[in-house]
Each structure stands twice: as C-alpha cells, then as structure tokens.
Design a protein around this ligand. Structure first.
Ligand code: UD1
Length: 429
C-alpha cells in the first residue's frame, strides 16, 4: 500500500497559508543540541518525516526527548555512541552533521560518507578539510569517516572554496565548543546559517558575522541549554507562492520574512506577478499569463536550488521560452521528464533546462522522486486540465507538512489516496 495524491486541476488558488518552521534550519539546530548536556527547547518545529528521523538519530546518541505539538525538548546528558551508520546517513543526509558535535564534545566520531544521490554528487571534502584544520585526525575506511581529537579541537582559520551550507553548519557547530577564536571565510550566507548562529549564541558561544561570508566564532569549553523559535520555511513558502502563480490565483504566505527569499521575489515580479510583503508575510497576485524568464540557481542570496523544480513547473505554462541554469546540483532535473508527461516542453542540455511555455498542461499519473520534484509535480497538477496522480508521495512528506490541508484551504482539489497493489498487478501486465 502506498500513498498518492489525486489532484483535479484548473482552480485558481486564493487565500492565506501559514508556513511551518524551516526544515533546513530545524535539522541542523536539533543536531546542534548534542553540543550540550543541558536541555534545549526548539519551538515551531515542522511535523515532517525528516524531523522524526533526526529525533530518532538524536536518541541513538543518548538524547532524551519530549515532542509536543511543534515543540521539541532535547537533553543529552551524556553521548552514549560515537557512530552514525550508513543506513542512517542514507535515510537522512543531515545525519552527517553529527560529526561536529560528536568530535567537539566527545573527541571521536565515525560517520558514514553520504555518497551521491538523485540530484547529483554531494561531496563533503570541505567539511573534512575544515575539521582537519581544527586538529581532527581524519581517515576514511570502508566508506566511513573516522575522526579523532582526543585532546580536543583547536581554533583555526578556515577558508571555504565554495559557500557550502553543509560545511558552514558543520564547522560553526564544531568551533562553538572550541575555546578560542576560529575564523571561517567563504561561508554560506543562507538564513538557516543565521538561525544556527542565533541558537549557538543563546547556548553561550559567541558567533559573529553569520549571514555574511566571514564568520568569527569565539567558542567555549562548555555550552548550556537554550530555547529557540525556528524561522519560517522559505522553500515551503516559495512553493505556495508558485502554486498561486501557476493556478492564476492570489496567495499570501504567512510566517516568513521577505528577505529570506533573496533574488526569488524579483524573479516572480519578472514573471509578471504582483508581489507585496509585510515584515512576516509575502503575497503574490496573478496578472494574466505568466511570462518567461531566464534564471540561474545560486548560493544565497541567489535563487535557491530548492526552488528550481517548483519554478520550472510554473514556467512550463509561461508565455515564451525560459531557461534555468542549475549551478548547485548537476543532476537536479529529474522532474523535467515527469513534467513532460503532463505536456510540458523541456529540453535539458548539460546544466541548462530550456522550457518552451505551453498554453496548458494535461493531467497524468507521475512520480515525484525527490522532495522538490514532487512539489513541482503537485504545482503542475494544480494547473493541468483534468486529473493527475502524484506517486512516491513519501518524498513530498519529507519536506512539506499538511500539504493537502493547506492546499485545500486555498481552494485546491487534492485528495490523499492509498493505492491498492492489485491495481498495479492488473495495470502492469
Ligand atoms: C544545498 C543547498 C541548500 C539546500 C540543500 C538541499 C546551496 C549553496 N546549498 O545544501 O540551499 O537546502 O542543498 O537541497 O544552494 N560541495 C563541495 N564540497 C563539500 C560540500 C559541498 O564541493 O564539502 C558542493 C556541492 O557539491 C554543491 C555545493 O557545494 O555543488 C553546495 O553544497 P552544500 O551547500 O553543502 O549542500 P547542502 O548543504 O546539501
């Protein structure tokens, strides 16, 4: 039995949607609680399968948890393990970040290398080089990173040759528990990095410059508990704004700061949408047919790679020919062939997708094979003529909570269904 969405397209979405806490901040922040033995409370935590996975991971390292509504209390008096297995890291790539707290607090860690995935090669060389500069003795055996720092890590000057979000999270976490001044240049500037720095500062570290390329960390030999309210999810918000756009409607995303979108809101304006914002919400209003644009995904404040697939869905029905260059992950165009099954005209050459807008998509059964690809197909189905089925829904559930409820409140006709394996036995012959 597996879950899928049935969507009847063609209704313009109208109304307000409250976005949840940012998954991409929630995961590293929950992992950062391993840096202290005291209780940390994180509120506005989204109810997602990725959240459940990270909580399960924390328990394996000795965390005692209380999860009530959107509030998580974590206390890890003692680290009881030093290893994150391949099955864990494979299920949740963010598990790789446990390397920093295990090493900085416990002096030893063994964490499986994540390897590549559907969206491309996902190296971790910058994480490992940075930790080596901080004095960790790192070796690779049988696909597992062995890291040792029996006498503790030391402060360092680290230059990241690419503003990797993952490496910035990892190194800022480690440096927070190292007495002395660590300076990291070439840092990622995403809002989720600022969120991590804010939590670490509440825990007693002194992290300055988050949100800029240079972060200075004056670490402490011990950190204490803290309470932190998670920032809103800019990717979830952007997906709902695009749902309003592709369906020819008017949608306001509440619970998100406009500055978290970087260049994305300018792209929406270029597509002919009316965009307005308050301190904690962003609205789009459709103004006739969408217009084609040429965009490139880039590190923040550029257009986020996580919004590339939903944006492509919207451009399939824009007037004219658009291009999207994916500069972050070379393999992140898996959704294009599924969109084509709904009538989209997309050509991929190397890292560039050329999208010739069609006047309408037609509903079809499709598979959403990663979180954002699945979101793109949901958007396409909302605009398509007739009914669509979005399968492999577990991917969508990793990054979007209560999707059918939120879309339904905006007027979409979406039903979560469960497929009967017998259907496929007959259909598959
Ligand atoms: C990336 C996105 C992030 C998004 C996430 C999930 C960027 C900059 N980051 O974060 O916004 O939420 O995917 O979709 O857009 N790299 C190396 N060596 C390393 C680490 C990374 O070469 O040690 C390269 C990667 O191959 C990739 C780029 O740097 O091309 C971005 O990596 P990174 O930001 O670390 O990836 P994520 O943390 O997964």
């Amino acid at each position: 039995m597996s879950e899928f969405f049935e969507i009847a397209g063609g209704t313009p979405l109208r109304g307000r949607v409250k976005v949840g806490g940012a998954k991409n901040a929630g995961l590293p922040l929950l992992i950062a609680t391993l840096l202290t033995g005291e209780e940390c409370t994180i509120t506005n935590v989204p109810n997602l399968t990725d959240t459940s996975l990270v909580l399960h991971l924390l328990e394996q390292f000795g965390a005692q948890l209380e999860y009530d509504g959107d509030t998580v209390k974590v206390e890890t008096p003692k680290l009881i393990a030093t290893e994150a297995s391949y099955s864990l890291v494979k299920a949740l790539r963010a598990s790789f970040w446990v390397l920093a707290p295990l090493l900085a607090r416990g002096g030893a860690a063994r964490v499986a290398l994540p390897g590549g995935d559907l969206i491309g090669a996902r190296p971790v060389d910058l994480h490992l080089e940075g930790l080596s500069k901080m004095g960790a003795d790192i070796s690779l055996k049988h696909g597992v990173v062995h890291a040792l720092a029996p006498k503790g890590l030391k402060p360092a000057q680290i230059d990241l040759t690419f503003p990797s979000v993952g490496a910035t999270h990892q190194l800022v976490m480690a440096a927070s528990l190292v007495p002395g001044r660590t300076v990291i240049t070439g840092c990622a500037q995403e809002p989720e990095i600022v969120a991590l720095a804010d939590l670490l500062n509440l825990m007693g570290a002194n992290v300055q410059g988050a949100g800029t390329p240079v972060i200075e960390i004056s670490g402490e030999s011990g950190l204490h508990g803290a309470t932190y309210h998670l920032i809103g999810d800019r990717i979830e918000a952007g997906t709902y704004l695009l749902a309003g756009a592709i369906s020819g409607g008017e949608v306001t995303a509440d619970g998100i700061r406009p500055e978290f979108f970087g260049a994305f809101l300018d792209v929406l304006r270029e597509m002919g949408l009316e965009v307005s914002s308050t301190e904690n919400s962003v609205s789009v209003k459709s103004n006739g047919r969408l217009k084609a644009v040429n965009v490139k995904t880039m590190p923040f404040p550029g257009v986020a790679t996580d919004l590339q697939a939903p944006l492509m869905a919207a451009l399939t029905v824009a007037e004219g020919t658009s291009t999207i260059e994916e500069t972050i992950y070379e393999g992140r165009f898996g959704h294009a062939s599924e969109l084509a099954r709904m009538g989209a005209k997309i050509k991929i050459a190397d890292r560039i997708a050329t999208i010739e807008g069609v006047s309408r998509l037609t509903g079809a059964p499709v598979d959403g094979l990663d979180i954002r690809a699945a979101a793109a197909l949901v958007l396409a189905a909302l605009a398509a003529e007739g009914r669509s089925e979005i399968h492999e829904l577990h991917h969508l559930r990793r990054g979007y909570e209560h999707v059918e409820k939120k879309l339904g409140a905006l007027g979409a006709r979406v039903w979560a269904r469960v497929s009967d394996p017998d259907d496929f036995l007959f259909a598959g012959c």
